[in-house]
Write a protein that binds this ligand. Structure first.
Ligand SMILES: Nc1ncnc2c1ncn2[C@@H]1O[C@H](COP(=O)(O)OP(=O)(O)O)[C@@H](O)[C@H]1O
Ligand SMILES: O=C(OP(=O)(O)O)[C@H](O)COP(=O)(O)O
Length: 394
């Protein structure tokens, strides 16, 4: 199931990568980690006489919005790979087939965002089959998306005799499996960010595995509102409030300490130009939203982290992309770095989390940086990820 066992001479390798990278308002790539991480696999195929067809998603488009076009990563990918990356405006159909057919050994083609087609996330078999017709060999190197049972990450493997993991997948799986099996305790997980509905369900399952859980970023407000707090216009998933309460109850049974922020930096708009203020997290006025954790919360989390022996961090503590709301994430980074210096093993994962630790210079002060956030958390649950199971034929 490794690249070494496949002869790529004259073959077209269809590689699922995770090029879901952060972009700024000008649609420029602001963190290249995930593209660099895919380089070894791509170069391996090219150096062994093959051609490469890359497929990925970018963001969560609903209606083929141009801001989610993979065209935006073409020039960055070309620079990183040192090879011109050709772009195809479709990922299936005649145009894509023709582009794939014309590809010569040593060439790289990137297909348009797979999620422009709802069949991708639906795990549609016909769509997976259509994708499979573009290449001779299937490689899954998209660790960041390995927890999704989508057409290009899982279903597609059925249509290939020759399939394997890429080098990034191999590295991530072996590094994370080692830590997840017998983590030194206390094990502290930090969960922040904005993907509330998809990650809140993970919390329920990791409670048995972790000793402390810090809930920060946009993830906290659903819990605070469920507890009766006033969160103003902060990010909340109303239909997840019951689940939030169930999680808090279950945490008592599993003896997991849940740490929520107590204070926040508030803003009157989701904007760098917003007026900012401070508030207790359960008393945010209407028209205001919490966009970062406050100083007391930073101190509380610091104390928890300094007692940890293993730390798993996914999701920033605030909207770190805007300077006004970056201090909480910086403080968390400082605490994790300090704990690591004191002997804890620390893992940071997720597209935006990695961008944050790199931006603030903590990436070489943590033990391991993973390209996957949700994927890393689901490995902690003890699950076999669909993207991994598909290659193994499980
Ligand atoms: N309080 C908040 N309100 C809204 N968005 C937030 C808040 N805190 C953090 N975020 C946003 O969460 C995003 C990252 O979330 P997520 O995708 O879950 O993380 P990762 O990519 O590391 O897995 C960032 O773009 C950040 O701006
Ligand atoms: O960025 C990703 O996950 P992450 O935010 O958990 O790191 C992956 O590209 C998966 O994206 P998705 O959560 O929209 O399926």
């Amino acid at each position: 199931m490794t690249l070494e066992n496949i002869n790529f001479e004259g073959k077209k390798a269809l590689i699922r990568v995770d090029f879901n990278v952060p972009l700024n308002e000008q649609q420029e790539v602001t963190d290249i980690t995930r593209i660099k991480a895919a380089k070894d696999t791509i170069i391996h195929v090219l150096e062994h006489g093959g051609a490469v067809i890359l497929m990925s998603h970018l963001g969560r488009p609903e209606n083929k919005e141009q801001e989610f076009s993979l065209q935006h990563v073409v020039s960055t990918a070309s620079d990183i790979l040192g090879v011109e990356v050709k772009f195809c405006s479709e990922c299936t159909g005649e145009i894509a087939q023709q582009a794939a057919d014309n590809l010569q050994p040593g060439e790289v083609l990137l297909l348009e965002n797979l999620r422009y087609h709802s069949e991708e996330t639906a795990g549609d078999h016909a769509f997976a089959k259509a994708l499979s017709q573009l290449g001779d060999v299937y490689i899954n190197d998209a660790f960041g998306t390995a927890h999704r049972a989508h057409a290009s990450t899982a279903i597609i493997a059925e249509y290939f005799e020759q399939k394997c993991f890429g080098k990034l997948m191999e590295k991530e799986i072996s590094s994370l499996e080692k830590v997840m099996e017998t983590p030194e305790r206390p094990l502290v997980a930090i969960l922040g960010g904005a993907k509330v509905s998809s990650k809140i369900t993970v919390i329920e399952n990791i409670l048995e595995k972790v000793d402390d859980l810090i809930i920060a970023g946009g993830m906290a407000y659903t819990f605070i509102k469920a507890l009766g707090g006033q969160v103003g216009d902060s990010l909340v998933e109303d239909d997840k409030q019951d689940l939030a309460l169930e999680i808090l109850e279950k945490a008592k049974e599993t003896n997991t300490a849940i740490h929520l922020p107590v204070d926040v930096v508030t803003a009157n708009a989701f904007s760098e130009q917003a007026t900012i203020d401070k508030a207790p997290i359960n008393n945010i006025p209407e028209g205001w939203m919490g966009l970062d954790i406050g100083e007391k919360s930073r101190d509380n989390f610091d104390r928890v982290l300094l007692g940890a022996k293993t730390i798993l961090w996914n999701g920033p503590a605030g909207v770190f992309e805007m300077e006004k709301f970056a201090e909480g994430t910086k403080a968390l980074g400082r605490s994790v770095a300090k704990a690591t210096e004191n002997g804890a093993f620390s893992l940071v994962g997720g597209g935006d989390s990695v961008a944050a630790v790199k931006q603030f210079g903590f990436d070489d002060q943590v033990s391991y940086v993973s390209t996957g956030g949700g994927a890393m958390l689901e490995m902690l649950e003890g699950k076999t990820l669909p993207g991994i199971a598909a290659i193994k034929g499980e």
